[in-house]
Each structure stands twice: as C-alpha cells, then as structure tokens.
Write a protein that binds this ligand. Sequence first.
Ligand code: DC
Length: 480
Amino acid sequence: MINIAIDGPSGAGKSTIAKMVAKTLGITYLDTGAMYRAVALHVVNCGKNPSEEEDVKSLLSEINISYIKESDENKICLNGIDVSQDIRRHEISKYASEVSKIPAVRIFLVDMQRKIADTSDVVLDGRDITSYVLPNAKYKFYLTANDTERAKRRFEELKAKGQDVSYEQILADVKDRDFNDMNRDFAPLKKTEDSYEIDSTEMSLQQVVDTILSKIKEIDENDNARVNEKKLNNQVAKQAKDKKKQRGRWFYKGIANFVRKVLKVLWITKIYFKENFPKNSKALVICNHYSALDPCVIMSRIMGKDGKVLMKNEITANSFVDKVSKELGCIPVKRGEADVGAVKNIIGALNNNQPVLIFPEGTRNRQNSKEFLPFKQGVATFAIKAKAPIVPMIYYKKTVIFGRNKLMVGTPFYLDEFYDKKMSEVKESATQFIIDKMKELREEMDILVEKCGGSKKRYLKYKENQSKESSANVGDSSEE
Ligand code: DC
C-alpha cells in the first residue's frame, strides 16, 4: 500500500496540499483532523464539555464516522449525517484541539486511521501520522510555515466563508493550538527525524506539491537503487560461495575417482551381457541385494560417472561421507517416509538421461537366499513417471572381496502398458510385472552358473539347443 504521511501545525496548508497530492497520484485523501473535529462536534452537540475527559470518553461508543465520495471530495459523516461544513466552524477548531488531548479519543481514531491505511493507498495529514499512526510509512513529510503566515491564511479562509473573526484572535488561537498540539502528553505534534521538512511560508501551493512529488520520486529511486545494490551484493556473495563450493568439490571429486578405481580392482566380478546396459540413456537399474558392495560394482563397472544410486540417508549422515558419496552419484533417501526431495532427484536424473540404480527389495537379503524379499513399489512409479526402461540385474550370490563374483545383466524392458493408467491402480500389477522379470532373470543366471559352469559360450549354446528342441516339439505336435 502507498501511505504518504504529512504532519504539521494548523494552517500550514496540509489539507489542501494533501488533497492535491492525492489527486495527482489518483489515491485517497484522509483528513485526520476532520475526525477529531467530528468527535468535538458530537461532544458539543450533546451539551458536554470537550475538556472533560470522562464526559468525552462516555460519548465515544455512540460515535460513528464514515465517508461519502461526492465528485472529487470525501465528505465526512457523523452518525450518517454529512458534517463537512459544520466541523469547520471556528470554535470547533479549539474544541478539536481539546478532545485530541484525551488518550481514549486518540486510540479510538488512530485505530480507524491505521485500518484505512492498511487497506488503501492513501495520503493522511494530521499531527501524529509520522510519529505514531504510521511510523513506518515510506513517505513522511513535515509541513510548516511561520505562525503569522498561518494565521493570515486561516483568517482569509474564514472570512471568505463569511465568518466574523479578527486577525489578532486567529493569531492568538493558532499560537494556542500549536502549544496544545505540541505539548500534550499523548502523541504530541513533532517532526520525526525521518520526515522531510517543507517550510511553505514563501511557497505557492503548487510549489509545495511539486516538492513533495519530487521527494517521493527520489525516495523511490533510492529505494530501487538500494534493492538493486542488495541484489547485486547477493549475486556476488552467491558467486563467491559457489566458487568456494566448486573448489571444495575438486577435493571430493578426486576422492570419489580414487574410490571408483579401487572398487574396480578389489571386487573382481564377472559381468554377463554387459552389452544389455543402454549407454547414454535414462534407465532404472534394479538388482537383488546381498551385500553393501553390490552398488559399488554396478556403479563402477557398468553405470559410469553419470550413474546415480539410492542410498539410505543414515549412511550419509557424516558430512565427509555425504560429500564423497554425492560425487559418487548417491541420492540420499529418508527411509520410512515419503522423501519428496529424493523423488525429485530420481525423476530429475532420469529425465536428464542418467541411469539410476535402485534395489527394489529396499534392504539387503541377509539370508543370502535366491528368493527375493518383497519388492517396494517405488521402482514401478519412477519407471512409469519418467517412461524409463528398466534394466534388471542379478547377482548369483553374495559379493565378496577378491571372490569370483557373478552378475548378469538382463534385457531392458518398459512398463509402457501401464503408462496411460492411474498410478494408484497399476502400482501393484506393475510391481508384479517387475518381479516376474526378475524371477526369469534369476532362472537364467542359475542355468548359466549351474548348468553351464559360468561360461557364456556354453550358456548361449544351451539356449540355442533349448530353442531348437522347443521348435521341434512344436513341429511334432502339429504333425499329430
Ligand atoms: O488539522 P485540523 O486543524 O483540522 O485539526 C484539528 C485538531 O485536531 C488539531 O488541533 C489537532 C488535532 N489533530 C490531532 O491531534 N492529530 C491529528 N492527526 C489531526 C488533528
């Protein structure tokens, strides 16, 4: 909201100026002095003394102030009746100054003023706007003029309205009201340090308006410059931080590369049908899980530097391990809850044409059995969402260091028959589909090791004979 606060002594020209500024900017003008005048008018209309705090307080609950817009003017209504003229009577000025000393009156009116300023772009003028009503307003002005000039203006104004007043009386009243307004206990008139002071004694109305408008422009420009400078500083700080981070990354990258090399050497694993792994493509790699070494072999021997692997975040709780494992392509995942960040990372990596390794059993098979543990449904979700091929892999047995480990890479498959369906309805059947594929691969792995002695050549021959046999069987049965 635009809030322009103007304070100053009576007769400084605040209301005329504020009205002109509001009109130029196309926003509302709120004359807060008129509100005090309306309260004073109600008090005298009720035959009470405006200086008697208790009397005035008791009347507040029956006062309702509202506005009606008439052509360009905001008319002030007291309990539904337009009192815009009445409140300008000379004696009401004095009474308004009296009621304005009463804290309960100020609290009552300030509350209304703040609500209006909160909900609309507004120029407010008064005595305590910059210091008390809106101390945080962006644009604050203190408008003044010497007292003889102010008395002269007021005298001419009242005479033009046909009121019978003397200049000396007006000057005495102006001085009196200045004293009252500046010396009351509660929210007195004063110039705040952050208000821009304009002495209008020698200025025309338009000159004052122009001064205010150009100050507003200057404040905005300074503000923009500050915002831009802050943005620039943030940018520079971010760049420095990124650079530092990048420098730090070289260290962890180096360690990660070293780890990769060591892994390749230590875990001697015979990989069958590595050519089934699609290079430079998105892929969800799934594998049975016996040992903590399983991901190491697959990542270092098959998936390459672009590969990602899901890892429970307890492992990466240590900051050093976390940094190295990130360089190695680990995506930490919180177990036992929906980890939105991890899901985003997985889908993001797949969409970036990177392979992601997931152990669908969720945990290691500590019995080292050939039977799978129950599969989690995440793999199906990711494969469907990212339309990624699934690359099944099977370890024959638990991987051991310096052992003759064996790993078979199966033919990639898609879950395309589930793409157009509602995820919640197909998750289970898609997961079953994946389990069946893994079971098939497990059978092939067993044949390769147990029937063909771990020889790819013999396995291929075996498969060839098997297919010949089955086609011969088909032929036999068709002849019958
Ligand atoms: O600006 P004015 O002459 O119409 O104001 C009438 C009286 O109300 C004035 O004597 C001081 C008081 N007033 C105030 O105390 N606080 C304001 N924000 C506005 C006016």
